[in-house]
Design a protein around this ligand. Structure first.
Ligand SMILES: [Zn+2]
Ligand SMILES: [Zn+2]
Ligand SMILES: [Zn+2]
Length: 271
């Protein structure tokens, strides 16, 4: 039994500076609507008895407390930009409750940079009470658990190696068995697009309306969603140039802007 708890929780849906932006008095930054308050992008996934994070940015402590997280079995890191890794050391609290190091998965280059920045958490002799992780370099599909399969999706985003992740769990209790999360992307190769076939759900970078040198704008996100004929998609990594309800009203009904605290149930409704 998968229980009721197979779900994705959006811990943060904001771009690198978060929303509101420090010192900005634009309409979105001044908005009282909680859906316009975006911490840095990250998701927490509970699936088939395990739980994992994708990214641990500077807000991860606050996000973990807000979502009431107690359990963490693994962390997938997309890329080395600060808004995705700055809170890495705060994962130490999860390490205290574990017998063995916390497994981290990413591209080799990302792991090397991460291990330089947070060197005390890596290696065979971690300091007691601090971060203690096991680095796993991945390029191909791997089993995160016997039931959960993950495929790294290499994408173009600025000058750093960047992954999105596809997650598959072929359990009959699930209505969403195959989904992908790509928070930061400017371009996707045909090789990666081939790995994105037959998804039930896509969570994708939809930074703003205006084009950006290293991110999808909203139009590019919609184009990809339609190209893949996806039944359901959420936009994330959203800037202060986008007002939640305004964006919602302009999207087709199968695409929605994600917001902090949103949970997407992966299990069938009647189970
Ligand atoms: Zn980012
Ligand atoms: Zn603003
Ligand atoms: Zn980035």
């Amino acid at each position: 039994m998968l229980g009721q708890s197979s779900q994705i929780t959006f811990l943060g849906t904001g771009t690198s500076v978060g929303v509101p932006v420090i010192g900005c008095n634009c309409e979105v930054c001044m908005s009282q609507d909680s859906k316009n308050k975006r911490l840095r992008s990250s998701i927490y996934v509970e699936l088939a008895g395990i739980s994992f994070l994708i990214d641990a940015g500077p807000d991860i402590r606050q996000q973990s407390l807000r979502a009431g997280l107690t359990q963490l079995d693994a962390v997938l890191i997309t890329h080395i930009h600060t808004d995705h890794i700055a809170g890495f050391d705060d994962l130490r609290a999860f390490c205290w409750r574990r017998e063995i190091p916390l497994p981290i998965y990413s591209h080799q280059e990302t792991l090397e940079k991460l291990s330089k920045t947070f060197h005390w958490g890596f290696g065979d002799t971690p300091y007691p009470g601090y971060l203690s992780v096991e680095a796993n370099s991945v390029t191909k599909t791997f089993q995160l658990s016997p039931q959960v399969q993950v495929t790294p999706l290499l994408v173009e985003h600025g000058s750093v190696v960047t992954y999105g992740y596809r997650v598959d769990c072929f359990h009959h209790d699930l209505k969403i068995q195959s989904w992908a999360y790509i928070s930061d992307v400017k371009n996707i190769s045909t090789q990666t697009l081939e790995k994105m076939q037959n998804l039930d759900l896509l969570i994708i970078d939809g930074l703003r309306w205006v084009e950006h040198p290293s991110h999808f704008n909203i139009e590019q996100a919609i184009t990809l969603i339609d190209q893949l004929a996806l039944p359901q998609a959420y936009l994330t990594h959203i800037s202060h140039e986008v007002e939640h309800n305004d964006l919602l009203s302009q999207l087709p009904d199968y695409i929605k802007p994600a917001y902090d605290g949103l949970t997407v149930k992966l299990v069938k409704n009647n189970e």
